[in-house]
Ligand binder design. Structure first.
Ligand code: SF4
Ligand code: SF4
Length: 126
């Protein structure tokens, strides 16, 4: 998967400690150069599949700050590599294993969320 944090984020950092996958980092620690807001690493996010709701969104005070993105699976490999190239993401590159792309390191995702909701980056809290 993934959920994605938008520029509506107010950098309160409340979501960071809630994430069971340590997928969220503050703007200061974001792998995106010059980042101005909190960042979710798509190669780590598991969409909180074992919980009732995504924990980051559950504590977020800002409407529209955390939205759905596509499943982090092989089917969306090109999508994520393209967004990586565009600087929206900065997916981890391992010295020996190379980039942790969706085809190599797929993550669990919520099947209950439609592709349309994901394409439209609907607010996770809705
Ligand atoms: S959905 Fe869950 S795993 Fe993904 S960033 Fe939010 S808290 Fe972390
Ligand atoms: S809880 Fe919401 S507003 Fe606060 S840092 Fe996380 S995404 Fe941004």
């Amino acid at each position: 998967m993934a959920v994605m944090i938008t520029d509506l984020c107010i950098n309160c950092d409340t979501c960071i400690d809630e994430c069971p996958a340590t997928a969220i980092v503050s703007a200061d620690e974001s792998p995106i150069e010059g980042a101005e807001f909190t960042y979710v690493k798509p190669e780590k996010c598991i969409e909180c599949v074992d919980s009732t709701v995504p924990k980051c969104s559950d504590v977020c005070p800002t409407e529209g700050a955390i939205v759905w993105d596509m499943p982090y699976t092989a089917e969306f490999n090109d999508y994520y590599l393209s967004r990586n190239q565009d600087g929206i993401y900065n997916i981890r590159v391992h010295k020996k294993q190379g980039i942790f792309s969706p085809d190599k390191k797929p993550k669990p995702f919520r099947e209950s969320i439609s592709l349309q909701e994901r394409e439209n980056h609907v607010d996770v809290a809705v």
